[in-house]
Design a protein around this ligand. Structure first.
Ligand SMILES: Nc1ncnc2c1ncn2[C@@H]1O[C@H](COP(=O)(O)OP(=O)(O)OP(=O)(O)O)[C@@H](O)[C@H]1O
Ligand SMILES: [Mg+2]
Length: 346
């Protein structure tokens, strides 16, 4: 529940989830919730209170909930299954690769898997100072050293990434810390940065394999269209392919799940004059504007909600949605109607 006395939205900073501190905060924080004030209570707010109330609602809409889409469900289900399968395995453990176009919810899904697992472990072992989950991203133009440094960074061990330590020293320390902390899920995002077509990419892949062999953990990877970008080519690629289950993500077709998604977003709105059902009625329009991409839908709805608070209209209408400019990819596919009009009349 958002409190009117919460600090203002500007200047709020969270540590990134690629550090242990940021990851733990992400895991522990419950999704923001906020109840609308009854009309008479809202009418009796002082101007300062009204500002704080609107600020709290803007902050709420700037986050919005994570929807349990089919992608989130499949990734959490597959991940859990593999972890159970791997728990007694001492040889080649099976991994999971989440692959799909950009902005289709890959990172969201793997983070939800990590969060669910960590919360489960924390409930089971409340006293233990475990690190059940590690979340790192593959460095662009990376090297084994940079990859090892990502793990060290997550663990807050910058001291071991000194020139006098070679890459194996760093990896050994990282593996030891993670084994002691009983890490059983390692999430490696942005795996498309690992290009097996280059020798640096091959080295990094070998190094990742070193981690998978030295850590008794399940590895989950996510990256943009990795099967097309050569992650599975060559001997190394074949080896990865033989050990991993592949889950694909993509844009939503204009079917029931899309309408359900729109309905879920609509239910989360906290606007005073919004007629529930308006957004669902605009499902087709929303699909055309966003090409069925969840990231663009989320942007469109949240931006419209914030605009409706700022302009005091307190409702999302087709007219308002027309004025919202989307990300470049979505705009290229389908320009915002208001911009088309501006162009044709201007
Ligand atoms: N399950 C979900 N519920 C609500 N919003 C979501 C969900 N999945 C994705 N989104 C929205 O889409 C945005 C992009 O999602 P995400 O970062 O997970 O995509 P991605 O596939 O990892 O993108 P990239 O290819 O750029 O790494 C999120 O910031 C969020 O706004
Ligand atoms: Mg991502």
């Amino acid at each position: 529940m958002v409190n009117l006395t919460d600090p203002p939205i500007v200047g709020e900073r969270r540590p990134p989830t690629i550090t242990l501190e940021g990851w733990r905060r992400f895991v522990q924080e419950d999704p923001v919730n906020l109840d609308l004030l009854p009309d008479d209570a809202r009418a009796s707010l002082t101007p300062e209170q009204r500002l704080a109330y609107d600020d709290a609602r803007i902050r709420y809409h700037s986050e919005l909930v994570v929807v349990k889409t089919s992608t989130v469900r499949e990734v959490t289900h597959q991940g859990r299954l593999l972890m159970l399968l791997n728990q007694r395995e001492i040889g080649a453990r099976r991994g999971l690769i989440v692959s799909g176009a950009w902005a289709t919810g890959k990172s969201t899904a793997i983070k939800q898997l990590g969060r669910t697992h960590e919360l489960r472990v924390r409930t089971q072992y409340p006293e233990d100072d475990r690190i059940p989950v590690v979340y790192v991203t593959t460095p662009p133009k990376g090297s084994p050293r940079k990859l090892a440094a990502e793990f060290a960074r997550f663990l807050g061990l910058p001291a071991i990434v000194k020139p006098r330590y070679n890459v194996t020293d760093i990896a050994d320390v990282v593996c030891q810390v993670l084994t002691d902390a009983r890490t059983d899920l390692v999430i490696v995002d942005e795996i498309h940065n690992l290009n097996l077509g280059t020798s640096a990419g091959e080295d990094m892949s070998d190094h990742l394999k070193y981690f998978t062999e030295h850590l008794p953990a399940t590895f989950v990877y996510a990256g943009i269209n990795v099967e097309r970008e050569g992650l599975f080519t060559g001997v190394r690629g074949k080896q990865i392919a033989a050990r991993c289950v592949l889950t694909r993500t993509g844009s939503f077709p204009y079917k029931q799940e899309w309408k359900d998604l729109v309905a879920t977003f609509e239910q989360t709105l906290r606007l005073h004059d919004h007629t529930t059902g308006t957004l669902v009625g605009l499902s087709k329009y929303l699909h055309q504007r966003t090409s069925g991409v969840i990231s663009s839908l989320s942007h469109l709805v949240r931006a419209a909600a914030i605009k409706a608070i700022l302009d005091e209209s307190e409702q999302i209408t087709r007219q308002l949605l027309d004025t919202i400019q989307l990300d470049h990819a979505a705009e290229e596919a389908m320009p915002a109607p208001s911009r088309t009009r501006t162009r044709s009349t201007g």
